[in-house]
Design a protein around this ligand. Sequence first.
Ligand code: ZN
Length: 278
Amino acid sequence: MTGKLLLIVLDGVPYANWRRYFGALEGWVSSGEAQVWRMRASLPSMSGPCYASIHSGTPPQVHGVLSNGHIHRVQMPDIFSQTRLAGGTTGAVTHSWWSAFFNRAPFDMVRDIEYDEPESTSINHGRFHTMTAYNHDNQATPCDADLFATLTSLCKRFDLTYGILHTCTLDSMGHRFGHDCIQMDNACALMDAMLANFLPAWRAMGYEVIVTADHGQSLRGHHGGTGSDQQDFALYYFGDATGPSRDTLLDQLQLAPTILSRLNAPIAETMKAAPFLG
Ligand SMILES: [Zn+2]
């Protein structure tokens, strides 16, 4: 394999918030180090279905995760399995659903909270969190700087070919506060600053980096349905490849084959969408 890539998924960040609050990311767009597009989530624009679409490159109607109540092992090839087929090493610092969807289900909190399995055909190095008892008032999310540091540690220790980081902090903030409020302004700015503290190191280690969301949110903090507010988010790409014109609306199903093409890993037959980077 020749490519290395990190996928950073900030859960539930609508397109407008990316473009107005993530000043560090936008600064790298201005300076030419990053490219940005708008991407649209599959339907329903709900977290579980979107995670499965992001990683399998298939819509919920095919992969079968049709709501957050359908947490099971997805029986489709995905970015982890295809990267492993090509001999790459995979890592994940995410919510436990990613382990359940793409490695094994149900998630056993003690067995699966972290694992290092070099021979695995899916996730070699996993570090997970469950957000057990999450509710409107108690987000139950880890600190995002800790998650970024954990991913960086895995990259250094295991030379990951592909690593994914996913965090629900901003999705939970949106459900709690909505988006026209100082709490969200500050939360986005803090996330941007934490990310900016790690991103140059990832680039210096030779990684291409994609920063994006799984879906948007309405101003009231809802998602699951249709419309650009619930479905759309930004996608930032740091790397040497070129993409379509900036006004192109990308499809979430393009993400898996695009990442595999950057890694020089085989694109599964089930991934029908075309890569957008070349
Ligand atoms: Zn989500």
